[in-house]
Design a protein around this ligand. Sequence first.
Ligand code: ATP
Ligand code: MG
Ligand code: MG
Ligand code: MG
Length: 457
Amino acid sequence: PELPAAQVRSTFLDFFRQKHGHLLVPSSPVRPRGDPSLLFVNAGMNQFKPIFLGTVDPRSPMASYRRVVNSQKCVRAGGKHNDLDDVGRDTYHHTFFEMLGTWSFGDYFKEEACRMAWSLLTEHYGIPADRLYVSYFGGDAASRLQSDEETRHIWLDMGIPPSRLLPFGLKENFWEMGDSGPCGPCTEIHYDHVGGRDAARLVNADSPDVVEIWNLVFMQYNREADLSLRRLPQFSVDTGMGLERLVSVLQGKRSTYDTDLFTPLLHAVHQVCVMAAPYGGRTGSEDQDRVDLAYRVVADHIRTLSVCIADGVHPGMSGGDVYPELHKEADRIVDVINENEAQFLWSLQQGSRLIQRTPDLMINPGSALLLSASVAWSLHRDLGFPLDLVDLMLEDRGVQVDRQELDRIIQSGVELSVMLDVLSLAELQRLGVPHTDDSLKYAYRLEKDRYEFPACR
Ligand code: ATP
Ligand code: MG
Ligand code: MG
Ligand code: MG
């Protein structure tokens, strides 16, 4: 491509480093150190949390950070920013992605941050301004947070037309790291992939046509454990832009999977998977859509696994490659994946058999089909299925897990005696299946000393 991803990344880092005096700080590993509130690093700011909170050891190099830039490996699986439900289904949410980030720790604030972001996008990357929309925090009465008029005026002064400057509430424009931690109002830049029309109503509307690219957060509070907001000792700026999304914009692609960050990977997947069609090979058919979705999931997953496994090791950005640990650790990554894959495939096979047989028993006319919570729980506990995988596998059949019952089980910690590939008498009763020998052919003997059933499979 005209502008390879590597160049997009380095242009960003150079702009802030050389032109605006930011210090380049390496990405931290995706596994957070010493922060029990997080499963994975979900944003560039995570490693700087102590700076926001004012708890940095004065002897640490962090104590002197004022302007910082980096490219951070992020994983959004689980927690407040979980994106697993979107990955593969859309073309711009990844499990692992790179966040291009900038910070001002008590240095510049809103106006300079907005001006630098706009200048980089429109002048250096050459994105037409009429493809961009800007959102800002419009306030929230219930939490007594006011509209961020200061930011609105900054953008207006910079010539952004009012019709492209849109207020949103807490969910979109008040960024929070997790259930607790630094937070504040934000202003975001969105890109219209189509152009030539008023697309304001598509901003923050889950449309693939208008996609959020850059978030500028004005860190002013800490969300305490009791959910109250405490003002931070100093105000800071924390911005983050998804590299994959930016690259898709600059390479003129509607999908991040059509950029050079993914095409080699999708090609390699095609080579080893003996799938008939390459990614995006045939168009229009529903089958191909499903195959393409699978391609996207696999490609996304390979990236995520590689980065996560490699991060048993400390990254260093000193030489050539951006993430050298990926090369150093290649053999180990392959070993770990193979081992886990074999184990998981076995589990998957057992679990799929159970799930396949279960809906046959759910004769429950007139109401939604529910999978017994104990079966779901057994898949999870005995086979290590993530519960959302169970949901996914059932989705195609129009079946849902009995959530209420499952929550009850999880909360009560009851040990259930459902075994693999088995449905108990209690299951059949709950599902309203008549107790004929015929229906019991699905049942296995569970509570041996209480019931005797023919195991007739
Ligand atoms: P979205 O609304 O699209 O889910 P977000 O508001 O959750 O994004 P932020 O927390 O504001 O995202 O993160 C900053 C930037 O990181 C986003 O503007 C986007 O460019 C990028 N980003 C966020 N989540 C993902 C993801 N799952 N995959 C790729 N890029 C992402
Ligand atoms: Mg999101
Ligand atoms: Mg958003
Ligand atoms: Mg956002």
